[in-house]
Design a protein around this ligand. Sequence first.
Ligand SMILES: Nc1ncnc2c1ncn2[C@@H]1O[C@H](COP(=O)(O)OP(=O)(O)O)[C@@H](O)[C@H]1O
Ligand SMILES: [Mg+2]
Length: 384
Amino acid sequence: MATSITSMNPKDREKFLEELEFPFCDEVNKYEKMAKIGQGTFGEVFKARHKKTKKIVALKKVLMENEKEGFPITALREIRILQLLKHENVVNLIEICRTKVTQLNKFKSTFYLVFDFCEHDLAGLLSNANVKFSLGEIKKVMQQLLNGLYFIHSNKILHRDMKAANVLITKSGVLKLADFGLARAFSLNKNNQPNRYTNRVVTLWYRPPELLLGERNYGPPVDMWGAGCIMAEMWTRSPIMQGNTEQHQLTLICQLCGSIVPEIWPDVEKLELYNKMELPKGQKRKVKERLKPYVKDPYACDLLDKLLTLDPSKRVDADAALNHDFFWTDPMPCELSKMLGQHGQSMFEFLAPPRRAGRPQPHPALPQPKPHPSADSSYQDRVF
Ligand SMILES: Nc1ncnc2c1ncn2[C@@H]1O[C@H](COP(=O)(O)OP(=O)(O)O)[C@@H](O)[C@H]1O
Ligand SMILES: [Mg+2]
C-alpha cells in the first residue's frame, strides 16, 4: 500500500515530490528560451524553441506571486477559454508546461502557457513607420479581427481587453486575437435577471462608455468599441483617445462621439455613474469629420462611425460589420504576406524603440492626450 505523503520522512518526501510525474503537463525545459518578447501586467512572455522538433513557440509565464496556494483561478479561466476557442483568428494554445520542483524553488512549480508563435503584434507594427499598410491590407486586418470576434462572441465569450498589443499577426499575414487573461463567458440575461459582471475591465484607452458609466450588464458591444479604436489606429498609428483617468476618458469620448444624453442613448441616465461623472454638454458628434483627414476612404469612415457608437444597443455587431460595404468594394481585402515579407524583424510593443526627439507633432484634428506617466517608452505616446 502507498504511504501517505504526510507520513513520509522529509528526505523521502522531497525525493517523492521531485520524481512525481505529471503525464499531461510536460517539463518546460523541453523548450529553450530565445528572447523576452512581452511583459504584461500578468507576467513575462518568451520566444522559445522546442529542443527536438525546433518548433518556435511563445511561453507565457503564469504569475503565482500573489497566490497563497494553488493554481490562480484567473489563469485557469484563461486556459479553459483558450481550450474552447479553436479558430484561425484566435491564438492557438498548444499545451501547459511546468518546471520541475526542487528544494531551490521550495517544491513549487512555475507554469507556462505554450502558444504557436506569431512574429508580430499590431502595436509593434503600428509603431514602426517603415511598416505601411495599403487600404486593401487594412481591410484584411479588420476582416480577420472581426472574424475572430464573430467566432468568440458566437461561442458566448467576451474578450474584454481589445487593444493593438493583444492582436498578433504571423509573418504570413494571419491575424490572431490573443490575451484571454480578462475574458469570460457571458449569457443573455436569464429569467430577466441582469448580469452583474465587474466593469473594471478593458485598458482605459479602449474602454467603452457603458463600462465607464458603471454598466455591469454588458456584452459583446464592449469588444466592438475596442475594434473601432483599433481600426482608427490603423491610420492614426497611435491610440485615438488617451485618457489619464476614467473622467478624462469619458470627456475625450464625448469630444469625439458627441454628448452622452438620453435622446441619443435611451436609459443611459439609469447607469450608476451617470450622475457621478461630469459629462460635457452640447458636444457635436465629430467621428467622421475628425477621422477623415487620416482615413479618407468614406466606407472606412462609415464603419468607424458605426463601431464608435455611444449606445451599446445600437453599436454594430461583428456580423453586420463584416457585411459592411467597406469589405465588399474596391480595393478588396488583400493578403498581408507580401508587405510583411519586406520586414525581416519581429515587431512587438515590448520591443518598440523608445520615443525620440523629433517625433511627429500632435495633430489638432483629434482630442489630444495629456502626458501619460507610464507611457514614455512605447508607441502609445507617439501622437500623430
Ligand atoms: N503567441 C504569441 N506569439 C508572439 N508573441 C506573443 C504571443 N503571445 C503573446 N505575445 C506577446 O506578449 C505580449 C504579452 O502577452 P499577453 O498574452 O498579451 O499577456 P499580458 O496579459 O501580459 O498582456 C503580447 O502583447 C505580445 O507582444
Ligand atoms: Mg496583453
